[in-house]
Design a protein around this ligand. Sequence first.
Ligand code: PBG
Length: 327
Amino acid sequence: MPFPQRRLRRLRRTPALRRMVAETALRPDDLIAPLFVREGIDEPRPITSLPGVVQHTRASLQQEVKALVGLGVPGVILFGVPERKDAEGSGASDPDGIVQVALRDLRDAFGDEVVLIADLCLDEYTDHGHCGLLTSDGTVDNDATLDRYAEVALAQAEAGVDIVAPSGMMDGQVLAIREALDEEELVDVAILAYAAKYASALYGPFRDAVDVEIVGGGDRKAYQQDPGNAREALEEVRADVDEGADIIMVKPAMAYLDVIARVRAEHDLPLAAYHVSGEYAMIKAAAERGWIDGAAVAMEHLTAIKRAGADMILTYLAREAAEALGA
Ligand code: PBG
């Protein structure tokens, strides 16, 4: 029998037909908003390379979370910008550190209405800008860093976090954190593992957002992954699952959709993807020049990430996407 003429176009004829056969529908429930909170400021500060995103004060952070909750966004992930940085990244585990203070504020204000996630890393807090402690020769010391991550996890847990999200790419970090939490009977605190995290040039605007500069113009290639490697990402994810991760993540998103799809095919745990600062900034910059329709590209990116297999997306587009979906 000859192939029926126009079969594939028939169901694309009207908006209702297209909705009916849609395979992927984005919902506000799929979105997690990354939020920055800065110690010691009275007014929110714009971030030039992330238009529309700010470093929040404690008060403006609460307003933003209120708006997100109202739009149906279920969770936020907090990043802290401390007043002072040091070699150990002390602010990350200080009970009065900015993220711990913000977590308590938000828990008091919103109870269980919002899922509170905290990025768990040292780079925002270290004066050298690396994600871990340095040895005397300037390399990142894996095992000494694990002890610091355990301290940070406990501080975030005591402050009321629901989920800690280790992003430093040290080997064994998920296990070290799980053991530290369980030992203190903080068994309900979950771990969202930045399992496959690439040494990407797309994190540039984020480093402006948290005032991070890596000492000596260095990079993170000795702990984050090489963009050319996909099988290695599967190994990273397997390790984190074995160590007790509750949610696994691939980061960045758009250039790694193949990795998302492969992780999805292999694992049944909830899978997150991080649409990172550079991905957001590229959309905003091109839209500002009138070269693309920014709102349409934003929805296309987020839908594609979900289509590839992500259950949830960390994205600076969370608020505007939730607004558009609710409209
Ligand atoms: C590390 C961390 C980074 C991001 C999230 N967690 C930066 C890095 O690895 O250099 C990047 C997120 C983004 O670009 O939006 N704490």
